[in-house]
Write a protein that binds this ligand. Structure first.
Ligand SMILES: [Zn+2]
Length: 667
């Protein structure tokens, strides 16, 4: 007798995806798929994203042949399907351009972009509502599932921009839903505050979510082991994706098996950017695995690619898909150093995979709110996620381990960006964490000032007044001159050598905070505005800064860095772990039983040709008594020593080049 045992968890739930990409021109030119599969294995990849489906074209025979070579070696092959974008340039690959209806704005301008040399349309976005392209997509995905692919990733599963689509068909459909577009101007159609456009935002996202749903049920009907995922343009944040492109990440995450958030602009935003994306995407995802999309062809150095890969996995990504370095043996293998970097980074990740599966310890939590994205982010046009990124990157850059999550998950403290609208429940949870559990709270700008009601409305109400000890007045409009009221406070000691003017707060937006029970640390002279307050509610401590953390003013700059660092040390006097030496290193912590795993990644920022310098004599504080530490060892070449420090232990590392893992065994 034989039993057919069906595994409860699917392949994409069991692996950490370490994928490379085969572009259409590469895939269509390969003579020997066995050789490509071997090259991919040697680079420590466990799968390939095959970007070979453009327009209406599916190279069926080639896909079958490649699948044989890949499956034989246990490699996964996910096919990328370009959904609503047509490419005229694919002519060079003998792929014809089909004639679907091109989307149009309210003035009748078509969603097409010309080739600058010929003036002919090079690519266009088809109307995602009309049935012709939608049914073709279903048919294409069905036939891919029948071919036996491991997964399908929907690319361009979206609108071409906030101004589309107002074709006759879409207008009729909107009229059926009671959405009156008559009288709307082009300006109105790109204005998130316009009340009719708000209805259209929801309607548009429903059109996109519904085609994704249809594709999923069609594919799963053929074979439930085929993963279905989508590409989301994360370098433009969830706010603009939902408003401009019609992609609702939260809805996507409920139905898809994986989402690949593209996190491309890491030279602009620094190497920690994919880590930030992993944090907030994991935090909003209901079910979908998060596979971070990287594009090393946009990077000048291969080193940045490695750091990006470490950051993504370090911050909880379920996988990485890399679009830049192509495998040896294909046409576009013009960046062999990027392929080597990918291989080295994937090899390191492979080596620590079991350690990465330990439970994440979150010393500091900065809660991410998808509800704030949908209300304040889109309707009020606030740069909520952008600000969230800056807060996370600032603390990551100081070696303060910060993660997205629930306040209750925090071990040492909570950080609020000051733009979020909290629910009453969230505010209570934060207050309780501070007052009863004794955690620290670092609050910026208008923290706790906006509340999200049960009806889903944003109201002004000071829900953190008790813990912050602050009220709010009308926002000040005059540039303040600074004055320290208690220069001997430990927080101000950190910057005492500098003139207060060096805080350079003049051009910052300030919240007009007014102390009720808190102690004022810094004010302006004339007119008098409060800039920093501290409070000691219950067992906890809080610090409130009147300004939002913005990159141009204080991203990792002195004296802000010292100020935030000292505030963290004062508010959370026993942090679980942090980088104690003055290095720009990102630290994450995991634990299983009596083993603590810390991953330290070097940081790089800007479009520099220089790699980050290896850092020496790194000191990490761990809040575990020295007598409880059995041993400490590193994953790579650094020497590690440990010695008692306060109530905990200091770990000293000789050198960190790009990444290092530290395994601490407890007695
Ligand atoms: Zn349309």
């Amino acid at each position: 007798m034989s039993f057919k045992v069906k595994s409860l968890s699917r392949w994409w739930e069991k692996i950490k995806a370490k994928f490379a990409v085969l572009h259409a021109q590469d895939f269509l030119g390969v003579d020997d798929y066995d050789k490509i599969a071997e090259t991919v294995i040697k680079a420590h990849c466990n799968g390939i994203l095959n970007a070979c489906v453009l327009n209406d074209y599916i190279p069926k025979e080639r896909i079958s042949e490649a699948l044989k070579a890949f499956k034989k070696r246990g490699l996964r092959m996910v096919i990328m399907v370009v959904s609503f974008m047509g490419t005229a340039a694919a002519k060079s690959l003998r792929i014809t351009l089909p004639n679907y209806y091109v989307a149009e704005d309210i003035e009748g301008h078509k969603a097409e972009w010309p080739n600058p040399l010929t003036g002919e349309p090079a690519h266009m976005m088809w109307c995602p509502v009309r049935p012709e392209r939608r049914s073709k997509l279903l048919e294409m995905c069905r036939s891919l599932a029948e071919l036996g692919v491991d997964g399908i990733m929907l690319d361009y599963i979206r609108y071409g921009g906030s101004q589309f689509c107002y074709c006759e068909y879409c207008r009729e459909k909107m009229a059926e839903e009671g959405i009156a577009v008559e009288g709307l101007t082009l300006r109105d159609t790109i204005n998130p505050r316009n009340p009719i456009r708000r209805k259209i935002t929801l309607w548009r996202s429903q059109n996109i979510t519904s085609i994704v749903k249809e594709i999923i049920s069609e594919v799963k009907r053929v074979n439930s082991d085929v993963a279905v995922g989508a590409y989301t343009v994360n370098h433009s944040y969830p706010e603009s994706n939902l408003f401009a492109l019609g992609q609702d990440f939260e809805e996507f995450s409920k139905i898809l098996d994986f989402i690949m958030p593209g996190s491309y602009y890491s030279e602009l935003w620094g190497s920690t950017w994919p880590g930030v994306v992993a944090e907030y995407m994991k935090s909003l995802s209901k079910k979908a695995k998060i596979w971070i999309g990287l594009a090393s062809y946009r990077l000048r150095t291969a080193q940045m690619l490695k750091l990006n890969i470490y950051e993504a996995f370090s911050h909880g990504a379920d996988g990485v898909i890399e679009f830049g370095g192509s495998p040896e043996g294909v046409k576009s293998h013009d960046r062999p150093h990027h392929w080597r970097a990918l291989s080295e980074a994937y090899q390191f990740i492979e080596g620590i995979e079991s350690l990465l599966s330990f439970e994440r310890i979150k010393p500091f939590v900065a809660p991410y709110s998808i509800r704030t994205v949908k209300k304040r982010g889109i309707e009020e046009g606030l740069p909520y996620t952008d600000n969230y990124r800056e807060v996370l990157q600032t603390f990551m850059g100081m070696g303060v381990p910060v993660a997205a999550g629930d306040p209750q998950e925090a071990y040492s403290g909570i950080i609020l960006t000051g733009l979020e609208a909290l629910t009453e429940e969230e505010a209570l949870e934060i207050s309780g964490t501070v007052e009863e559990r004794g955690l620290g709270l670092l609050a910026f700008y208008q923290s706790g000032l906006y509340v999200l009601t049960e009806k889903g409305e944003v109201k002004e109400r000071n829900v953190l007044n008790k813990v912050l000890g602050d009220g709010y007045g009308s926002p000040p409009s005059i540039s303040p001159k600074l004055k320290a009221l208690d220069p001997s406070h430990p927080i101000l000691q950190s910057i005492k050598m500098l003139k207060m003017e060096e805080l350079a707060l003049r051009s910052l937006t300030l919240a007009n905070i007014k102390s009720s029970t808190s102690k004022v640390l810094v004010t302006s002279e004339t007119p008098i505005f409060t800039l920093i307050t501290v409070n000691t509610p219950g067992k906890g401590r809080t610090v409130h800064f009147a300004w939002p953390l913005t990159e141009d003013k204080n991203y990792l700059k002195e004296p802000f860095r010292r100020l935030y660092r000292a505030s963290m040390e004062w508010a959370a006097p026993k942090p679980y772990a942090y980088i104690k030496s003055e290095h720009s290193l990102d630290l994450t912590v995991r634990k299983k039983g009596k083993t603590i795993f810390m991953l330290v990644t070097n940081i790089m920022k800007g479009s520099t040709l220089y790699n980050p310098r290896p850092v020496r004599n790194v000191k990490i504080y761990l809040n575990v008594p020295y007598r409880d530490v059995e041993s400490a060892e590193t994953c790579r070449e650094a020497e590690v020593k440990f010695e008692p420090s306060r109530e905990g232990t200091d770990l000293s590392l000789s050198v960190i080049d790009d990444v290092e893992g530290i395994i601490v065994k407890l007695k």
